[in-house]
Design a protein around this ligand. Structure first.
Ligand code: 4AD
Ligand code: MG
Length: 455
């Protein structure tokens, strides 16, 4: 039976006979034997295999080039010169699949742009292998975080008829005419009304929070946002908790706790994967993450944030004005230059926020909150929700929303309404934060951005 290389490298005692398999990273030949470095994706480390001339299977050694797949049986021995504790003295090797000379991942540096063009092969590099193991591990930690706090996991729909954020950045879902393959006319659409890919599971999540108490969703969300930046994707994963009997402070507390929990997970449990980001992406990564875990985040109101920005004397591309959204350059200046730590900005002007946020007593601001982090800007957006039926209806009217189409949402306020709050965390932005990777296209297996839907 095959042993994972991660288990083999971590073993306390050597095994007499062990089987491993993987892809060749490098091969070095001498007269009497060859060294194969193989990786099976289970961890960052490679397994060194020594194959003496004459070992069964060694006649195919010349085909075991970078990228080829092999399996090996042998004795686990202490590695003297190698980077690892153990290596394998092969008793037999087998070539499973060769990789001709045009294998694109020959041993040399590759640009991220090139690697994006081979997204189907890039997880075979050390850096992207680590990236997607971290992504997997972090997904697991998200579920553990909520399970430990007794939240229920709700699968909100991918296809919806509502526009949660009201920004109109939705992908329309249509069908093809089965005979011509052409798009059908709207009238004949499958759902007999306009349907879209969800921009957020929040509204449906709220209905479940108003029944099960604390819930979360964690799934893909879609935005037809024509933003060509390093932090916007058309398809991204969002983590959205929603809590009944909770206010804005409780909401901000949970977001901070969750960021710290996930950063701790990255620091403690990545089987060495973090080290490759430190080496090639961000030298100060570990120190930066440790500081995030051990210090409280800052909190300022939107009004204070605007005043700090205006007094800064800094020349921004976009001037800072009360009543306008903070631009990414403003958010980054606040966290990177001013506070030098994660920061939650709360109570935004109602005009720039969606209909569902709770109106404050000043009648001007809503209980919105955005959590901003150095290097990225916003990674969390959330709010306390408007639970008062009359105020909600007035908000909806102001935003031009049909009360008929949202009657199901209104019912949550009509029947047994409760204060409640929640937020959405962009999973890719969190991953950028914990790995230091600079571009959202490099933290998702197959990225979708404007003009780009390969694979
Ligand atoms: O701030 P947003 O738009 O908030 C909502 O969608 C709320 N309905 C969430 C809620 O309260 N349940 O998005 C939440 C987060 C952002 O802070 C950001 O991290 C991420 O989702 N995000 C994106 N990530 C990648 N690409 C995009 N185009 C993103 N748009 C939002
Ligand atoms: Mg937002």
């Amino acid at each position: 039976m095959r042993t994972l290389i991660r288990d083999l490298l971590a073993a306390e005692l050597p095994a007499e006979s062990i089987e491993a398999a993987g892809w060749v990273r490098t091969r070095r030949d001498s007269k009497a034997f060859s060294f194969l470095e193989i990786n099976d994706g289970s961890c960052l480390g490679n397994l060194q295999v020594i194959v003496d001339q004459g070992t069964p299977g060694s006649e195919a050694l010349h085909k075991m080039s970078t990228g080829a797949s092999v399996s090996v049986v042998g004795r686990q021995v202490e590695s003297l010169g190698g980077k690892q504790k153990w290596e394998i003295q092969a008793s037999s090797v087998r070539l499973l699949g060769e990789a001709p000379d045009d294998f694109p991942l020959q041993k040399k540096g590759h640009t991220p742009e090139f690697l994006r063009s081979i997204s189907h092969l890039r997880p075979r590099t050390n850096l992207y292998g680590a990236m997607f193991r971290v992504r997997s591990r972090m997904s697991y930690a998200v579920h553990r975080f909520f399970a430990e706090r007794k939240f229920h996991y709700i699968h909100t729909p991918i296809i919806t008829a509502s526009d949660c954020e009201g920004a109109g950045e939705m992908f329309r879902v249509t069908t093809l005419d089965p005979t011509s393959g052409k798009k059908q006319a709207f009238e004949n659409d499958f759902f007999e009304k306009a349907a879209h890919l969800t921009v957020s599971g929040q509204l449906e999540g709220e209905t479940f929070a108003c029944a099960l108490g604390n819930i979360y969703t964690f799934g893909p969300t879609f935005r037809a946002e024509n933003s060509h930046t390093s932090r916007h994707a058309a398809e991204f994963w969002m983590i959205e908790p929603e809590m009944a009997f909770c206010d804005l402070t409780g909401d901000m507390d949970l977001a901070e706790e969750m960021v710290k929990y996930l950063v701790t997970e990255a620091l403690e449990n990545q089987d060495g994967d973090l080290s490759i980001f430190e080496r090639f992406v961000d030298k100060g990564l570990r120190a930066r993450l440790e500081a995030v875990v051990s210090n409280p985040f800052e909190r300022v109101s939107y009004t204070e944030a605007v005043s700090i920005l205006q007094k800064s004397g800094k020349k921004f591309d976009y001037p800072v004005e009360y009543g306008h959204n903070l631009q990414s350059e403003h958010e980054r200046w606040l966290t990177e230059e001013h506070f030098k730590k994660p920061l939650t900005v709360y109570n935004y002007p109602k005009e720039i926020k969606p209909f569902y946020m709770r109106l404050n007593d000043d009648d001007k601001t809503v209980t919105a909150m955005d959590l901003l982090v150095p290097g990225i800007g916003e990674i969390v957006g959330g709010s306390q929700r408007e639970e008062r039926l009359d105020v909600l209806l007035a908000n909806m009217e102001r935003h031009g929303l049909s009360t008929e189409e949202y009657d199901w949402y209104i019912d949550t306020r009509k029947y047994g309404t409760v204060p409640h709050a929640g937020f959405g965390m962009g999973f890719e932005r969190l991953l950028m934060f914990v790995t230091g990777m600079h571009n959202i296209r490099d933290v998702i297996p197959f990225s979708r951005t404007p003009g780009s839907c390969e694979f």
